[in-house]
Design a protein around this ligand. Structure first.
Ligand SMILES: Cc1cc2nc3c(=O)[nH]c(=O)nc-3n(C[C@H](O)[C@H](O)[C@H](O)COP(=O)(O)OP(=O)(O)OC[C@H]3O[C@@H](n4cnc5c(N)ncnc54)[C@H](O)[C@@H]3O)c2cc1C
Length: 377
């Protein structure tokens, strides 16, 4: 959509045969919602979004509050755009609907990118539609194909992502099945021994998204491996985890899990008429909740730079990569650091909780200013 708004025609090749409601919740911070609003998406998204009033940081052991990081109107005034939580499927559907209204965007489902060849006036992409090979010509190729990017792989043998020895478990429950405080428009973050758990409402408050992140050696590819309730409960063991948290974990009938990956190289750009955005360029651990936010920022900057270098798209791509390198590397590094802070155990965990309580929510929020206050120059 950002490309179309900047006056370009975009052909989107997506391997999935249909757009379905995959994934669970997403925190969309002001740096991302600001761009979505600039694209005219506020009215489409708002009916599905929840504007949390705060992040309530809780001790997983006692289920008592450590501190509150204010969001709601405070964050919206401070950053000029709201902090939202929503279901990924709702964001995807709103983007797809809006794209369908734009004649410059063509979404080609069931097209799996396979290879490309560059030539003097652009690029030819080869994709598979089922077993049939189809060619697509364009001025530039933007690999937005996620952490296992085939575009990145073809362009150069990209360093493979590495397993972080952590697994994310996720579940959705009806809001009326959740305890009263969890139903409130609040992001609950429970920090505890060797694991943490996040819960917030999605689908305009009708469902609660629960994500537990645990240390684990299970490491299989894919986003939707089924996991059992007993297995996740073993990671949130009695006595170290409060029964209130364990009761919450007992509610969903169905848990899904996926292994968390990281990649040591900070930013993979491109060369010639090829570039990468989002997880393809800079995968990051989810502890800063910024992977999708950074991908949305990428899309905005990329369109700006292509427009600014209208007669030389390759210069536009290099200008985009230059602008994005430092910021996305900082987000990756901060996410990694946040992960190690969340994962503390024993006296170190007690010290972390004490420091957070002493700092208070306002000062904790200030630490995110560089993320949330971002504007494209
Ligand atoms: C547990 C967890 C929680 C998270 N929470 C948040 C959060 O709260 N906020 C946030 O901002 N981020 C969050 N993230 C990160 C976020 O999910 C990702 O950063 C984001 O989805 C990356 O978007 P992307 O478009 O780059 O890649 P993807 O979402 O991976 O999309 C890639 C697309 O490319 C397609 N594709 C792949 N290969 C091909 C091919 N060969 N041909 C054609 N199509 C192809 C795929 O089908 C897919 O549709 C979280 C991640 C995890 C694991």
């Amino acid at each position: 959509m950002t490309l179309s708004r900047a006056g370009f025609r975009a052909s989107v090749l997506e391997q999935s045969p249909k757009l379905e409601e995959t994934g669970a919740g997403l925190q969309l911070s002001p740096n991302a919602t600001r761009i979505l609003f600039e694209l005219g998406l506020r009215d489409r998204l708002e009916p599905f979004a929840v504007k949390p009033q705060m992040i309530r940081v809780m001790s997983g052991g006692s289920a008592r509050e450590i501190t509150r990081i204010p969001l709601g109107d405070i964050a919206e005034r401070r950053y000029g755009a709201p902090f939202w939580v929503m279901h990924r499927g709702d964001l995807q559907a709103a983007l797809a609907d809006a794209a369908a209204d734009m004649i410059d965007i063509e979404i080609k489902l069931g097209h799996r990118f396979d290879d490309f060849a560059t030539h003097s006036n652009g690029i030819t992409v080869q994709a598979y539609r089922g077993k049939q090979v189809v060619d697509e010509r364009g001025a530039v190729l933007i690999g937005a194909d996620g952490i296992w990017s085939a575009v990145g792989e073809r362009w150069r043998a990209q360093r493979k992502p590495t397993f972080s020895h952590r697994t994310a478990w996720r579940a959705l429950i009806p809001a009326d099945a959740a305890p009263e405080p969890i139903r409130a428009p609040v992001v609950h973050l429970f920090l505890g021994l060797d694991a943490h758990l996040v819960a917030y409402p999605v689908k305009a408050g009708k469902l609660i998204n629960i994500v537990g992140i645990v240390h684990d050696d299970w490491n299989q590819a894919g986003w939707n491996a089924p996991g059992s309730r007993d297995e996740i409960l073993r990671h949130f063991a009695p006595f170290t985890w409060s029964e209130a948290v364990r009761d919450l974990i007992r509610i969903p009938d169905r848990w899904l899990k996926w292994a968390l990956l990281d990649r040591a190289t900070p930013f993979s750009g491109g060369s010639g008429p090829v570039t990468l955005i989002g997880d393809a360029a800079h995968p990051m651990l989810p502890f800063l909740a910024q992977g999708a936010g950074m991908a949305i920022e990428d899309a905005a900057v990329l369109a700006d730079k292509l427009k600014a270098h209208g007669d030389d798209p390759e210069r536009g791509l290099r200008a985009y990569e230059k602008v994005r390198r430092a910021r996305t590397a900082r987000a990756q590094a901060t996410a990694r650091k946040q992960g190690s802070i969340y994962g503390r155990t024993g006296p170190e965990a007690a010290a972390r909780n004490f420091v957070m309580r002493m700092m208070g929510g306002e000062r904790l929020l200030k630490r995110y200013d560089w993320v949330y206050n971002w504007r494209r120059s």
